[in-house]
Design a protein around this ligand. Sequence first.
Ligand code: PLP
Length: 444
Amino acid sequence: MDEDVLTKNLIKQHTFRTWGKQKNWDPLVIKEGKGAYFYDSKGNKYLDFSSQFINVNLGYGNENVIKAIEKQLETLQYINPSLGVSIRAEASRALLEVMPKNITKFFFSTSGTEANEAAIKIIRLIKRPSFKILSRYRSYHGSTEGSISLTGDYRRWFVEPNIMPGVVRFPEPYCFRCPLKLKYPDCGIACANYVDYIIKQEKHVAGIIVEPITGTNGVIVPPKEYMPLLRKIAMENDVLFIADEVMTGWGRVGEWFAVNLWGVEPDILTTAKGASASYVPIGITGVSKEIGDFFEDNVFAHGHTFEAHPVSLAAIPAVISEYKRVNLLPHVREMGKYLGKRLNELKERHISIGDVRGVGLFWAVELVKDGKNTPFADYNDKYEGKPILLDLLAKKALESGVFVYNGPSWFIIAPPLVVEKEDIDKGVEALDKVIREADNQYRN
Ligand SMILES: Cc1ncc(COP(=O)(O)O)c(C=O)c1O
């Protein structure tokens, strides 16, 4: 039997595909990667136009990061987290250089969802008896109990009603389809101002969690007033503010972290993905000095065997040093401008493109099927596992050599941050071709 078919069969029969029905799963078997490209076993080359799940920020095969990880593996592959190891100090020192200035203490885990679970516990321990946490409808914070409960999108529906109590949701600044049916700037940022009312009515609110720019739910960039206003409302109500930068951190938006776009300092910053550029699993919960100090005389009631794993930690200073070496932030800003321009040109050409939005190398192209901006599919379709047009278009793009991640009615364009203009052109051309099918289905 062909080696590829054997591999595929073993994967299909003995492992789970996630967030979908198993039946028609047909995974393409990938062999290796270099730069912004990966290759299948037949040598076919694919541009990664979404950094997988917006996490392969440095692209594939970065030798300096690989060497740093190997060095740690050879020196000491594991030591329990109550003991010290120099890589933990090095990782912390490197983080202090790039994190918002007020974030000075870290808990290390192995994923974004764990980073958020730790944040939930921290704010609840500090704010007792307050326990409620506000989050938005269009949000994803992870798949484990606490973070799926914070999640607003359809993925939460699968576990209801068995979810963590105490989550209250508020509307998002999704101006393309404003949940309050208002128009910016006349809206007066009602979606943020309403949060003040919610906090006062709910009482016992411990914290607010937001993705500064909503990620998998369609790259929703808030109006410039939004984040400072929300931060102010949290502060005035003595509620802790968590920025979930699992996706938006690490140069993705042309700043180390998205909160920097608005000069906002969160009380807690959670991150993962780009923190190791996905060379090893990592999750980070960063907190302010005040929060850190609270636990001097209070039990920090949390931990994992693989917490502060030395091999995961080894990636942190290595990727930060690589991000600096490739002059990442200016590069992302320059490439981001170019990508935005190219995607807006696509919008001119395709009647089915309803909206193009983004910042840095983090963009969404949202498709609509009629003049009323009706999406091709929604969360209900995803929940029921229905076949949707965007999945089909993404599959066609992959067949033509470009991987692009999609939601029910949008593509997320977020290539590795080391991408160059020619790569962007290649990705945009592939989108140009597949979106014609959506144009054909468009009705006025
Ligand atoms: C904003 C955000 N938070 C949390 C998570 C969960 O991260 P992980 O998949 O590493 O658990 C994700 C994953 O995409 C995310 O985008």
